[in-house]
Write a protein that binds this ligand. Structure first.
Ligand SMILES: Nc1nc2c(ncn2[C@@H]2O[C@H](COP(=O)(O)OP(=O)(O)OP(=O)(O)O)[C@@H](O)[C@H]2O)c(=O)[nH]1
Ligand SMILES: [Mg+2]
Length: 566
């Protein structure tokens, strides 16, 4: 069920922010939208191996690493991806709370160079919250491929925070980033740092609230806190109750109510978000240029592999090909492994006989434990060793998000979440991995459905059994063709697995899980904004947004990231 305050307890949540501040070590947080390459930047800087992959929501808790540069020591904290500091999921809360309460010396906001406009909302929010901010525009290699030109110097002048261009996967710009960090921590904040100004009435409210904030919670930026009191960010105040004492929080709320009692907080919140997006659009129009020719080439490929006509057939073909390679390719190593491991069984038996071990001990250790282990290893290891690298290849090519896109319509009809198809793909390799992967689904009901139904996807440990069963059922086909093609039967089983999953998901959501909150029921705001990428509409002050692609695709949570993936 992922991490929750309830499941992990207040104190263990607090532990996430406890970074031992050793002498002369700077704490640097890596924040950013999901899938922008934060963990890749983290790995490049620290030499560690945080999990990376081409889909959002991989990092679900803070990871820490250290590096040194020019005799300065840094503790780097890789935060989960977040679209905004108005946190709406546990991962977003972890990221937001670390920036607020973890007291980092600097925050590096990693953004995706190929969709800068969308990422800037978070940058502005972080800039509002804390002073030492570096904007790291990553994936600059991808931007170049798409003929996107970003004028980093002018963005730096505009925002008043250092801007570094990186292609973290190739280690490009990483030295620059280290240097910039050093300079920022040595020279301090640029006094001309950009601050988005709001209407006079909001600015007046902020000025009135600032002294109250400074008096009660001096360690949080008073302008930022005043704005949250004005726009009524309840999620943040829930978090605050974990870190500051009850009386202080109550006093802050009571004092502020005198000033904020007659305002429409919802409206102000939407207005503030809209201003942020307007400014992001302005920056994009001024400092980002794109030649659409190259971009349209990618879009054409996208159009084919996600089209109504070809999307599903192409997906089935690719799936069948992967099974074919996995099953056929695993045959030989499986046999070799079985031969080697089972011949060792005889050695063990001889050895047990030699020492006159009792039959029951031989039975338990050799015929039971060892033989089972030998079977499991020889049957499961080779297909896994083939399937997972192939799966990773699809992930890195960005095909998996397209699979999710193609199947979203179906999943939506079954009251399930589109991301479930990724956890099901994972389940093909191993159901345990699939179930663990369900933590990427934010909404409780869909996550529970995905966990419960993952078992209907045949994991590759069950392939041999499936093939054996298939051979019995399709004996006639075997007779007429002379042989069966296991990959086809496994693909069939997978299709049956998907159908059963959808039916059970629907049944569960209509019966047992009826009362559990769902992402579909989350209110969609009227304030929407069309992004630079056609067909994508944001509802910016939430993680929720709708993607509309010729009217047949609508999405929830961070879905449109899929459309934007490389
Ligand atoms: N081409 C290219 N790919 C990159 C670069 N940086 C990261 N990637 C790829 O982008 C994908 C996402 O990278 P991650 O580091 O996992 O992203 P993240 O921001 O940590 O993602 P979450 O933890 O899910 O929020 C991976 O497939 C990376 O290999 C880059 O500079 N260039
Ligand atoms: Mg990550």
């Amino acid at each position: 069920m992922g991490l929750t305050f309830q499941s992990t307890g207040k104190n263990s949540m607090k532990d996430m922010f406890k970074v031992e501040r050793a002498d002369n070590k700077y704490i640097v947080a890596l924040a950013g939208n999901p899938n922008t390459g934060k963990s890749t930047v983290f790995n490049s800087l620290t030499g560690l191996h945080q999990h990376t992959g081409n889909w959002p929501g991989k990092t679900v808790t803070n990871a820490r690493g250290e590096f040194s540069y020019k005799e300065k020591d840094f503790i780097l904290v890789d935060l989960p991806g977040t679209y905004s500091l108005f946190a709406s999921s546990v991962e977003e809360t972890i990221a937001r709370d670390f920036i607020c309460f973890g007291e980092p010396d600097a925050v590096v906001v990693v953004v995706d160079a190929t969709c800068l406009e969308r990422n800037l909302n978070l940058v502005f929010q972080v800039m509002e919250l804390t002073d030492n901010v570096i904007l790291c525009i990553n994936l600059i290699d991808e931007a170049k491929k798409k003929n996107i030109k970003i004028d980093a110097k002018r963005i730096e002048n505009e925002l008043g925070v250092p801007v570094v261009l990186t292609a973290a996967r190739n280690n490009e710009g990483i030295e620059d980033l280290k240097e910039t960090l050093c300079v920022l921590l040595k020279d301090g904040v640029n006094p001309n740092k950009k601050r988005i100004s709001y209407t006079t009435s909001i600015e007046d409210l902020v000025e009135n609230l600032k002294p109250i904030c400074e008096e009660n919670v001096p360690f949080i930026n008073s302008r930022w806190l005043s704005l949250r009191l004005i726009d009524g960010d309840t999620s943040f105040f829930n978090s605050m109750s974990q870190y500051i004492d009850k009386d202080t929080l109550e006093k802050l709320i009571i004092d502020s109510k005198k000033i904020t009692s007659n305002i429409d907080k919802e409206k102000i919140r939407e207005y503030i978000t809209e201003e942020n997006y307007k400014y992001a659009e302005y920056i994009k129009n001024q400092y980002v240029k794109q030649d659409n020719k190259k971009f349209s080439k990618d879009a054409k490929i996208d159009d084919i592999i996600t089209s109504k006509k070809f999307g599903i057939p192409i997906m089935l073909l690719i799936l069948a090909l992967i099974f074919w390679i996995t099953i056929e390719g695993a045959n030989v190593p499986s046999q070799l492994l079985a031969k080697a491991l089972f011949s060792f069984e005889n050695v063990l038996t001889n050895w047990f006989n030699k020492i006159n071990a009792p039959a029951w001990l031989h039975g338990i250790l050799v015929l039971g434990l060892y033989k089972t282990l030998a079977w499991v290893i020889s049957v499961m290891l080779p297909p896994m060793a083939i399937f997972f690298p192939l799966f990773t290849l699809l992930e890195d090519l960005g095909y998996l998000p397209r699979v999710a896109f193609n199947l979203d319509h179906l999943f939506k009809k079954a009251c399930a979440h589109g991301k479930q198809c990724l956890t099901m793909c994972m389940g093909l390799g191993c159901n345990a991995a699939g179930v663990v992967g369900c933590r990427i689904i934010e909404s409780p009901r869909e996550r529970l459905i995905a966990i419960i139904t993952n078992n209907f996807v045949p994991c590759n440990g069950r392939f041999p059994t499936l093939i054996a069963i298939s051979s019995v059922f399709f004996a006639a086909a075997v007779k007429s063709t002379g042989k069966i093609i296991p990959a086809i039967f496994v693909t069939l089983m997978v299709i049956i697995g998907v159908i059963v999953t959808l039916l059970v998901s629907y049944a569960l959501s209509k019966t047992l899980l009826k009362g559990v909150p769902s992402s579909f029921t989350l209110e969609l705001r009227s304030l929407q904004k069309t992004s630079s990428r056609k067909n994508i509409i944001y509802i910016p002050n939430r993680q929720n947004h709708i993607c509309s692609n010729e009217g047949y695709f609508s999405c929830r949570s961070c879905w449109c990231t899929y459309m934007d993936t490389r």
